[in-house]
Each structure stands twice: as C-alpha cells, then as structure tokens.
Write a protein that binds this ligand. Structure first.
Ligand code: AMP
Length: 306
C-alpha cells in the first residue's frame, strides 16, 4: 500500500455559533493527511504552501507520519487563506474570504518516491490540477478518489467532467450531487453522476450520515448524534482521509469493504467537528477510533424476523 493525498494546506479563519478563530491551520490536504495517518504511514502529501506556513506546522505533520517531499514551499508568497462563517444549524456556511495566493499558480509535482502510489486521494482543488496529478503518475494507481465542490462546478465544469472520467470514487455532499446532476432525488443524481465516470459515489449528508453507491447498490451510513459540535470545517476532508486510509490499510477495494470505509470516514469526521480546526485530529488514540466505529455499529443495528 502506498497512499498519496493532494490538496490545499492553508490557514483558515472560522466563525461558528460557538466561537471564532483567527488564522489557524487548515486546508483539505492537512485534514486528509492527518485523518489517513491513523491508518497508514507515511501519507505522501502533494501541496504548496507559502513562507508563512511555518516550520511548526510542517514539523507537526511530519510527526504524524506525513511525507512532505511533495509539498512545495514558496519563499516569496503567502499560503492559501480561507475564511468562513457557519449558520446556526451548522449544516451550511458562507465563504467570507478566499485568497488563493500560492494556489493561484500551483503546478503539482509528483516526486519519484511517490510513483509507487496505489491509492490516490485528490482533495478539493481545481479539476485541472487534479487531472495533472493523475497524468503525472507513471502508472495508474489502483484506486483514485476525488473530492470537489460547487465552486468548481460553477467555474470549471468542463474540466471537472474531463477529470471525472479518470477516477473511481467521487466523494461529494448532497447539495453538490444535486448541482452536478441536475436531479433532486439522490438516487437519480447518483445514476447521472456514475454515468460521468466514477464507478463508486459517496454522498455525504452532514450530520445525517452518508450514502455509498455502486451500480444498483446503495449503502446508508447513519449520522452519529453528537453532544459536542463546535466546528464542521474539514469534516468532509477528514471523512475522505479516513475512507481511503481504511481501504489502503486493508488493501480491499470491494463494495463490502467500502461500506466499512464509509463508517471509518464517518467516525474520523465525528471527532473532527468536536474542536476547532484540525486540533482533535492531532491527539486521537487508535482505541478512540475503534470505540466510535462500535457506536456506529450499535446505532445502526436492529433485528427483525420475518
Ligand atoms: P471542508 O470543510 O471539508 O469543505 O474543507 C474545508 C477546508 O477546505 C478548509 O480548511 C479550507 O482551507 C479548504 N478550502 C476551502 N476552499 C478551498 C478551495 N477553493 N480550494 C482548496 N481548498 C479550499
């Protein structure tokens, strides 16, 4: 197994009904790599940061088993910055600021030591950049998963279509699935989206769980009711990191095992939202993950005799 994770490494400023942060560590690849590092090490990251990212953040990621060889540091530019404000229900948010900075000219490099990649997770970035990474791999990875967002559907739809043809698993939320397919029913949306390329589709529904589709099959993972939800930022990326981390660790990409991967992804995301930013992801224990997965199993289990 060899896992490569691509995406932003950034600073975020977040407002939720429970509080507000100044610039804190963020970025899709940060959340993905930290989450996946609980399943496989190293997680080989591809990203770009500026002079302001800091040795402490790089050191923290390395200490979690994240290989930073594919992360470019631009000495004269600032890191990507994103700021968002969550609504009272925390299921939706407004983007307040997006400063692309180093991401505006990101030319992703795949180091030689990453060329053994079997599992590739393309975090939310321009679909052109996501496709470049696939094209720069000497051999096609065994499994390519991709996360995207409405922003790219609005401004780069044709490029997104071209990239979707090259991947195996698409991971998006319900609103994005509706926008991409033009269908309200998630069942109809899934058929339309799988016809665009990906054989597997995960539709995340925030606190209401997630659906996994493959051909005519559907699996529904519950949302775990939580007492503490402070900040949903990065929950989607953390889900994706746990999902691909479990697949890479087990080496099994069957639909049956993908159902388990959805539960592992959901368990990791449920921890992520309990603190601001990626803080909680830096201090989990392996037994925490197992105990949360057991909660999912208990929550969804019932018996019925016909
Ligand atoms: P999520 O809450 O899972 O959608 O991910 C939030 C993370 O995505 C934040 O840490 C942001 O830094 C990052 N992010 C937000 N917008 C973009 C974008 N357009 N491109 C890349 N990363 C982004």
């Amino acid at each position: 197994m060899s896992l490569v994770a691509v995406g932003s490494m950034a600073f975020d400023a977040i407002e939720t009904p429970f509080g507000k942060t100044d610039k804190i560590l963020g970025g899709a690849a940060t959340y993905i790599s930290l989450a996946a590092s609980y399943f496989v090490k190293p997680v080989k990251a591809i990203s770009v940061v500026g002079y302001d990212f800091g040795d402490a953040n790089i050191g923290m990621l390395k200490a979690h088993g994240v290989d930073m060889e594919g992360v470019q540091v631009k000495k004269d530019e600032k890191s990507f910055f994103w700021s968002g404000r969550y609504h009272t229900d925390m299921n939706s948010r407004d983007t307040l600021v997006t400063e692309l900075n180093v991401l505006a000219t990101f030319d992703p490099q795949v180091p030689d030591s990453y060329q053994d990649c079997e599992y590739l997770l393309l975090g939310n970035l321009s679909p052109d950049v996501q496709r470049q990474v696939i094209e720069r791999m000497e051999n096609r990875p065994r499994l390519i998963a991709l996360d995207t967002m409405n922003f790219w559907m609005d401004i780069a739809l044709d490029s997104l279509y071209a990239t979707l043809k090259l991947i195996d698993v698409l991971i998006i939320n319900d609103e994005e699935a509706r926008q991409l397919s033009g269908e309200y029913s998630l069942l109809k949306a899934a058929k339309v989206i799988m016809a665009m390329g990906p054989q597997y589709l995960v539709i995340k529904k925030g606190e209401h769980g997630a659906l996994l589709f493959n051909g005519g099959e559907v699996f529904s993972a519950p949302g775990l009711p939580l007492e503490e939800v402070f900040d949903p930022t990065g929950a989607g990326d953390t889900f994706a990191g746990g999902f691909i981390g479990h697949l890479a660790k087990s080496g099994d990409i069957s639909f049956t095992n993908m159902k388990r991967a959805v539960i592992y992804g959901s368990a990791m995301a449920s921890y992520c939202v309990e603190k601001f930013g990626p803080e909680k992801l830096q201090s989990l224990k392996y037994e925490d993950i197992d105990s949360r997965v057991e909660e999912f199993v208990r929550l969804a289990h019932f018996e019925l005799e016909f």
